[in-house]
Design a protein around this ligand. Structure first.
Ligand code: ATP
Ligand code: MG
Length: 762
């Protein structure tokens, strides 16, 4: 292993200039500079800052904590506020889901009714060009709205948002990800991209929407709009905000799939390091409220006020038949393995498409054009599939009553309809439901395989476009189609009496395909169980998802992780890399350390913060005489101290000379920058007493601590800084969360190596 001791500035400049290319991606703003994408997975971007989940227990904080802990009413108020915020998050997330759902339904109905009117007319007249043109124009027009919102207004609203929320819960700040503008573009955009006929779902974006709602409500303020309702000020800290974002993500899952427990598990699976019992309660509460509110609103909307029969945006219907036989389990596992293979191929193709996009599709206008091309091709393909299929049926049971308007008669006899249109002329959610519940004999193998292959290509091409788009439903749909054909095949092979329920195979195929693409296991098992309302499928679903993950992981990583790594986000894995125990703190840390004195000159602080070489986010405060560590002060707090002139020289000025927690909370999360500090405070001999504002007990490790130990500390406590101490108890180095994210291990021909990723400044 090569020596890992280095200086950040050296690494930054060591990246060859020619590696730095114009980079813009689906979820980064277009002015982002990144590296050659072929190498970008070997780099860590300095653009993404870390979140700080460690509470600085300084004098201000302890004073308030004393008051809170000794005053029962204060304590109750804060606790009630926490529950109330979770309640609001649930309600609002559900209302957004409701708006999206009804928006998609109305837009789709409008499109389908106009197209089917022209289609029926055209069949009589013999030419299908007009309906095709109308269909494509509708699709392209709607996708135009979605892509303009994303490409021009808020690039971070593209895609499902799940990778971004994963990063956030992991401790990485993705710029603009939890802003109101992002929520607006996401919610409106997803309505148009789904209704436009792209191979996308609205469920993934709901998770992102829930997270934005949570981040906004819990702060009782919007910095973008300069609103401050002076509400929930205690929650203005990364730590508290993260807890609410977990609640928001869970509420999003609950609204999307009618799966509150799946929502809790989703947040747990993605951010388990900070979990505790009280949080589980609140997150579950938020998810339950969200599920209930959506159910209530949708029941009312569909004319069944108070009945509560609409459990989520997507409703897979209840599997009523006989569950499964023990001898089917190996078949399910084989299907899981096949799903893993298909998922790995999907991710590999999407990786290449993403690289192409990174290289050639940067400008917003090109992104919009690309989205429109995909929309036109998607609509035309659906049309062609219907046109080329001659399978007709008169069996109404294929579709549920409320979806009947969406089928096409086309060239079928009166009273019959084109079966392919039940998959392509409806929203993807309805198509999944058809495949799960249509009676035996509704579809045949060639039709399903053709549909599944075309949809696979379309979904793969679509994910990563500049539109809000979820991947869950397209993946489920592809899997349900091939899964059902497996069921039909087995029926042919062993006799229909035994394998009568093809819907069951559609469900297993759907799970296998989705598991192969996203590689989530815990939450997905429960989400699918709750969405299908069938607990008996728990074990098969888990087996299938595990097999899919196991097989897929042999080839590549899950699609969300792949996109996270392509963006060079400094994300920490679940465990330290292999061989991390061989690396010691002294090799990881950055030294020499820039420190401050307990009473420090303003000029010194200003110069330190203003110099790119010494501008860090945290500085150890060290005793001038003994050299002992006294605490750690954050850059943001230093800036506020200087901005508010909290100088020792003004100490007699009463209240004005004191910094209050309120000041820090008011400034959170957008603290001033060094350019906001007037230079007039320099050269006047002012100094600041840092002792009241620093964290007097920062986390420390010995220089001989292993990387494994350091990693566990960072991961479990959500740290941002760690001071490395010498034998003589002096600070000799600093380790940040991002420093750790650079360590990876790889195994090649049975030998394992640990290596360091490089930084790229962008
Ligand atoms: P983030 O900015 O997300 O908190 P970072 O790793 O970029 O993470 P910075 O504070 O920007 O942290 O510092 C950049 C580098 O400088 C890191 O490698 C870190 O180890 C090192 N560093 C941080 N604080 C100090 C310090 N006070 N003295 C010397 N080096 C430091
Ligand atoms: Mg930094």
């Amino acid at each position: 292993m090569r020596s890992v001791k280095r200086r950040t500035s050296e690494i930054l400049t060591a990246i060859p200039r020619d590696l730095q290319r114009r980079f813009s991606s689906s979820w980064l703003s277009s002015d982002v500079q990144l590296v050659d994408v072929n190498k970008s997975s070997h780099l860590i971007s300095t653009r993404f800052e870390s979140l700080d989940y460690d509470v600085a227990e300084n004098e201000l904080y302890t004073k308030e904590a004393d008051q809170r802990d000794s005053d029962v009413y204060f304590r109750m108020r804060v606790s009630l506020a926490r529950w109330f915020v979770m309640f609001l998050i649930g309600v609002l997330t559900a209302l957004i889901a409701f708006a999206i759902d009804t928006g998609v339904a109305n837009l789709s109905n409008l499109k389908f009714s106009i197209v089917s009117y022209f289609m029926d007319k055209a069949v009589d007249n013999g030419g299908l060009c007009v309906p095709l043109l109308i269909w494509v124009t509708f699709g392209a027009g709607m996708v135009l709205v979605a892509s303009v919102l994303v490409a021009f207004l808020e690039p971070v609203a593209a895609g499902s948002g799940i990778p971004q929320i994963k990063c956030y819960l992991n401790g990485v700040k993705i710029p603009r990800v939890v802003r109101i503008q992002t929520l607006f573009c996401k919610a409106v955009g997803v309505m148009f991209s789904v209704a436009g006929g792209l191979a996308v779902g609205k469920e993934g974006p709901m998770i992102h929407s829930g997270a934005v709602v949570a981040a906004g409500i819990s702060q009782g303020a919007s910095k973008s709009f300069n609103w401050d309702f002076k509400l929930f000020e205690y929650f203005r800290h990364d730590n508290e905000k993260r807890d609410f974002v977990s609640g928001g993500a869970a509420a999003g899952v609950a609204a999307a799939f009618g799966s509150p427990v799946g929502g809790v598990l989703f947040s747990l699976e993605e951010g388990a390091s900070f979990w505790n019992q009280a949080l589980t309660w609140r997150v579950l509460f938020s998810a339950m409220v969200s599920g209930f509110t959506l159910n209530f609103a949708l029941s009312w909307y569909h004319g069944h006020f108070g009945e509560l029969s609409y459990t989520g945006l997507v409703n897979f219907g209840v599997f009523s038949g006989q569950p499964y036989n023990w001898y089917e389990l190996p078949i399910f596992c084989i299907m899981g393995a096949f799903g893993g293979l298909l998922g790995a191929l999907f991710n590999a193709i999407n990786y290449r498409i993403t690289i192409f996009r990174v290289k050639f599709v940067h400008r917003p206008i090109i992104k919009v054009l690309e989205a429109m091309v995909v929309a036109i091709v998607s609509c035309a393909m659906c049309f062609l599939l219907i046109y080329s299929s001659d399978l007709c049926s008169a069996d109404d049971a294929i579709l549920t009553a409320e979806d009947d308007s969406s089928v096409l008669q086309l060239f079928c006899n009166d009273g019959e309809f084109n079966v392919m249109s039940t998959l392509t002329f409806v929203t993807p959610e309805t198509a999944v439901k058809c495949l799960f519940h249509a009676p035996l004999g509704s579809f045949n193998i060639p039709l399903l395989v053709l549909f599944s292959s075309i949809y696979y290509i379309l979904a793969c091409w679509t994910y990563g476009l500049s539109v809000p788009s979820g991947l869950f439903i397209p993946s489920l749909l592809i899997g349900a189609a091939w899964g059902r054909s497996v069921g039909i095949f087995l029926g042919h092979l062993f006799g229909v009496e035994v394998w009568v329920d093809c819907g069951k195979y559609a469900l297993i195929g759907a799970a296998a395909n989705l598991g192969g693409v996203v590689r989530m296991t815990i939450s997905l098992t429960v989400i699918l169980m709750e969405a299908t309302g069938n607990v008996t499928f728990g074990l098969p679903l888990m087996l299938v998802l595990m097999t899919a993950k196991f097989v897929g992981d042999v080839f590549n990583e899950g699609i969300y992780d792949m996109h996270i790594h392509l963006m060079s986000v400094p994300i920490l894995g679940w465990e330290a890399p292999h061989l991390a125990h061989q690396v010691k703190a002294v090799q990881v840390m950055n030294s020499p350390v820039k420190t401050l004195k307990p009473i420090e000159k303003v000029d010194v602080i200003y110069t330190l913060l203003n110099d790119p070489k010494s501008c860090h986010n945290g500085y150890p405060v060290v005793d001038e005489v003994t050299g002992q560590l006294r605490g750690l002060i954050l850059r943001d707090h230093l800036l506020i101290l200087m901005q508010r002139n909290i100088f020792r020289e003004f100490a007699d000025d009463g209240n004005h000379s004191q910094l209050r927690l309120r000041h820090l909370r008011d400034a959170y999360p957008r603290f001033p920058t060094i350019s906001d500090i007037p230079t007039s405070i320099l050269g006047q001999g002012f100094s600041i007493d840092l002792t009241s504002y620093m964290n007097p007990a920062p986390y420390i490790v010995s220089d001989q601590s292993s990387l494994t130990k350091i990693f566990t500390l960072f991961r479990a406590l959500g740290l941002r800084h760690l001071c490395v101490m010498s034998n003589g108890n002096q600070v000799i180095g600093m380790v940040t969360r991002k420093d750790l994210a650079r360590f990876k291990s790889k195994t090649h021909k049975s030998s394992t190596q640990i290596y360091e990723l490089s930084y790229v400044r962008n």
